[in-house]
Unconditional design. Structure first.
Lengths: 247, 658
């Protein structure tokens, strides 16, 4: 059974349609990618799933239950964790305390141990005592990831997690994400790094102008002419990357 | 029937003046994103100027009025925009509130200096000539007021919605640079908005003034009514603001009608005093009801608000400084006479009160303009004693452990009740709501015999315990209380709740997505902060022995926040210095010297812009001084993060093993 079901979600801001009837599932223990040019509605969909944005219509089901009217906090308690495209680290706390405070907020016992384990796992040990608003973007993104992991979510939404990471760091990051999926976590990932998404995800949905124009395995999506058109129309760099990987 | 029509007409007229004032407020807020707490003070100042030229200098109305509305008020608006507001458009709400509060305090100070207190009156236009319509008489002044309000409403609507200049004005707030790229002149546009806003404040003041004797605070705070009306339109919609203003005007006058219809025995009773307070607090109650009716503020993302807080001292350092402070003040007060010790003790009460702001404003990022009301409640607990009704269990009026605990519990409880509705909204509204509530508490609680001090100006007395009778010993008690409460605040900051507090301040959206309710934290911190202020109130009462309603006048919460913020509301040492400076200058800025200090503080705040205040700035600089015991004498913050890439090496091992 799918852990997350997004069903015919529409979001309109005045006359602008940000999400236009998007439907997709995320299965347990799977890594699912959400791709699309800038402004396609990816982050809006994330906000709908986590409850920060009320959809104009449509439903979100998590673990079989309709959570469309549930507050963001309750969704998080239910097991949905996320990171943000525009960073929302706790800037006045240290990197270590960002992780620790998340465990403390959830009343998890021995928050220091959670912090230490996650610092090692994500590779932030050296930054543990540095204030989070003075670290480079890539490090701040990893901090957000570790903070979300401190609550041990069943579903993790990652919004452009690799931007700001170097090539080598991105490889390490991919390994980390795979290991999380191996442990049974479901991961929905929005990413501009086409190579990373294609290599990581079992299923990919491509959004354009708020609608899902293509869904399938990486190979199927790559072969889809509509995807090529959407990318060639909007984002040549990504299109080139698509071709490169496809070749 | 006659009464009904009369009160309706007066209600509409009063509402019309509120509408004029409120529209000025909405105009400046919509074009600059700065909520001008001093809007009423500008109106007050210009009304005094109008009195000066028309009454004192004897200029005819047709010269005086255009001079004030067309030259002086716009000039002031332009000046304010140029030196102050322009810098605040992107500033944190707390900073812009504090700066405009500073302006308010300064304007009252300037007005008091130029026009020392005296009975002054402004005549109605056309000498109060009136026309009778059947059963009701309407004066020419009232006609003019209604006509002007209609003209303002129509004129502003056309300006903002139907002209290019109006559209551009509304765009200034969103993106000045972008607007400039499109050939508009943002500075000119926002200057124009502030000039117009100033004129509208002046106009409202001049129209209202004949109904009152001219006084500094009444006119300044008449604008609470304007705030209330503007809030109906959520500080955006002019038509809704006008409707709100008229409804409020009617409400106040119907209430007056109902009040004077009460039997005389009720009016003269102690309970009658409370009803009188409620009647006079209607704008406040209206404002609070409007705030309750506003939809809950949505969680917002994309705003990183982390401010670098000053480095926390380690426990040994904090304890060492505490000991040095206590011993130092003990030696110092040993040299002082009684008079100086009393002065020092009274000054020390202010840092004690400000500690409550460190928790709430400094760490929590919220704002309160009612801390002195909680202090007043603490004073009442110490001075009136406390008995659980019907049981006889309680304590005598005295400074004691029991009164301290009671004051803490009582004010914390009231603080929590206040916080629940206020915290649904964001900073600006909390500021306005707490200020309005403080004004209401003054009238309904403090200025009544039944609940508070008695008539305005009355005093209550508190006893010191036997072993703290001397001036030196009680001053030292205040010092020790400051140290103990300061260490408590520090320990909260260091612990789990301190981290949660900072996280809440930095990103409420992130807290929600971690499954955490920030509301409980914010209510709790508001309650604890109120409790600390209540405890400070007990010491305040013991130190002053005799406390009057003027000592806890709600207005004084404003300079309290101002001084705390300027000197550093994010650190204990910041409020110690800020409180002492404020305490030694004296409470109300009535003299030129005090005025100068307020202007100075304002300047510092604008130039510095450092959220950690002057003391934070000094500490930051001091840490950069190379001293022998600092490793290598290097500045502490030379490397904001490790420059080689340890993350790289750290990334490799654990991920592979995970």
């Amino acid at each position: 059974m799918a852990l997350l079901e997004v069903d015919e979600v529409f979001v309109r801001f005045g006359g602008v349609v940000a999400v236009n009837g998007a439907s997709f599932d995320v299965d347990e223990g799977k890594i699912v990618g959400l791709m699309g040019p800038n402004g396609a509605g990816k982050t809006t969909l994330f906000n709908v799933i986590t409850g920060l944005q009320e959809p104009t219509s449509g439903r979100v089901r998590f673990n079989g239950k309709d959570i469309s009217k549930v507050a963001p906090r309750q969704r998080a308690l239910g097991g949905i964790g996320r990171t943000f495209q525009r960073l929302e680290v706790f800037g006045s706390l240290s990197v270590g305390d960002n992780i620790r405070v998340a465990a403390e907020m959830r009343g998890i016992s021995r928050p220091e141990r959670v912090r230490d384990e996650l610092l090692d796992r994500v590779g932030l040990r050296a930054f543990a005592d540095v204030t989070a608003d003075s670290v480079p973007t890539g490090i701040a993104r990893l901090t957000e990831l570790a903070r979300a992991l401190a609550c041990d979510p069943r579903l993790l939404l990652l919004d452009e997690p690799s931007s700001g990471l170097s090539e080598v760091e991105t490889d390490d990051f991919a390994r980390l994400i795979r290991s999380l999926a191996d442990e049974g976590k479901s991961i929905l990932i929005v990413e501009h790094d086409v190579e990373l998404v294609l290599g990581l995800c079992s299923t990919i949905h491509v959004l354009d102008f708020g609608s899902i124009i293509s869904s399938g395995t990486p190979a199927e999506v790559q072969a889809d002419q509509r995807v090529q058109d959407a990318y060639l129309g909007a984002d040549t760099e990504a299109a080139e990357a698509l071709e490169e990987v496809g070749a | 029937m006659t009464n009904f029509v009369t009160f309706t007409v007066i209600g509409i007229v009063v509402g019309a003046t509120y509408a004029i004032a409120a529209s000025g407020l909405v105009l400046t807020y919509a074009t600059s994103n700065v909520f001008n707490m001093a809007h009423g003070a500008v109106g007050m100042f210009m009304t005094f100027l109008y009195w000066e030229v028309s009454v004192n200098q004897g200029w005819p109305v047709w010269v005086a009025l255009p001079f004030v509305l067309g030259i002086a008020a716009p000039a002031m608006g332009l000046l304010l925009e140029r030196v102050m507001m322009r810098r605040l458009t992107q500033a944190d709400v707390t900073i812009s509130l504090v700066v405009t509060v500073g302006l308010l305090v300064a304007l009252i100070g300037v007005a008091q200096t130029i026009w020392p207190p005296a009975g002054r009156n402004i005549e109605q236009f056309f000498n109060g000539d009136a026309v009778s319509f059947g059963i009701v008489r309407v004066s020419a002044h009232q006609f003019i007021t209604m006509g002007v309000a209609l003209a303002v409403a129509f004129g502003l609507y056309v300006l903002l919605n139907r002209t290019r200049i109006g559209t551009a004005m509304r765009a200034v707030v969103d993106n000045r640079e972008l607007l400039a790229l499109h050939g508009a002149r943002p500075n000119l546009l926002s200057g124009l908005a502030w000039a117009l806003g100033s004129s509208l404040a002046a106009l409202a003041g001049i129209l209202l003034a004949p109904q009152l004797t001219l006084d500094y605070t009444t006119l300044t705070f008449l604008v609470v009514s304007a705030y209330a009306a503007a809030m109906v339109g959520r500080l955006k919609s002019l038509p809704k603001t006008f409707v709100g203003a008229i409804v409020l005007g009617l409400l106040i006058n119907y209430a007056t009608w109902a009040y004077i219809s009460l039997p005389k025995s009720v009016l003269t009773s102690d309970f009658g005093q409370v009803i009188y307070g409620v009647k006079n607090s209607l704008p406040t109650i209206f404002l609070l009801l409007v705030m309750l009716a506003l939809p809950q503020e949505k969680l917002r993302i994309g705003r990183i608000s982390g401010t670098k807080l000053p480095k926390l001292p380690s426990w040994p350092v904090a304890l060492a400084w505490s000991a040095v402070f206590i011993v130092g003040t003990y030696l110092l007060t040993g040299q002082f006479g009684d008079a100086n010790n009393s002065r020092f003790g009274q000054a020390m009460c202010l840092p004690l009160i400000m500690l409550s702001l460190v928790l709430l404003v400094g760490y929590g990022g919220d704002v309160s303009l009612m801390q002195l009301s909680f202090v007043g409640m603490g004073v009442l607990v110490a001075a009136r004693g406390f008995t659980i009704p019907g049981t006889g269990i309680g304590f005598h009026p005295q400074v004691s452990v029991l009164s301290i605990v009671t004051a803490f519990l009582l004010t914390a409880m009231i603080g929590a009740i206040v916080a629940v509705p206020a915290l649904r909204l964001r900073g600006l509204y909390i500021g306005l709501g707490t200020l309005a509530l403080a004004a209401a508490i003054d009238r309904i609680v403090f200025n009544t015999k039944l609940l508070g001090f008695g008539n305005e100006g009355s005093t209550v007395n508190a006893n010191r315990p036997g072993w703290l009778q001397s001036e030196q010993s009680f001053a030292m008690a205040v010092v020790v209380a400051f140290v103990v409460m300061g260490l408590m605040v520090l320990s909260i900051r260091r612990g789990k709740y301190g981290r949660i507090l900072l996280a809440t301040r930095d990103s409420q959206a992130a807290c929600a997505t971690l499954g955490f309710s920030t509301t409980i934290t914010r209510v709790a911190v508001f309650a604890v902060s109120a409790g600390l202020a209540g405890v400070a109130g007990v010491f305040f009462a013991g130190e002053h022995i005799s406390v009057s309603t003027y000592d806890v006048f709600f207005f004084k919460s404003l300079p309290l926040l101002l001084f705390a913020t300027v000197f550093g509301v994010t650190s204990i040492s910041g409020v110690l210095v800020g409180g002492l400076v404020y305490g030694l200058i004296g409470y109300a800025p009535t003299t030129v010297g005090n005025l100068a200090s307020v202007v100075l503080l304002l300047g510092i705040l604008l130039l510095g812009g450092n959220p950690n205040g002057l003391v934070g700035l000094i500490f930051e600089q001091a840490r950069k001084v190379p001293l022998p015991w600092r490793r290598g004498g290097l500045p502490v913050e030379a490397e904001p993060y490790p420059t080689h890439n340890p993350a790289r090496s750290a990334l490799e091992a654990p991920v592979g093993t995970a």
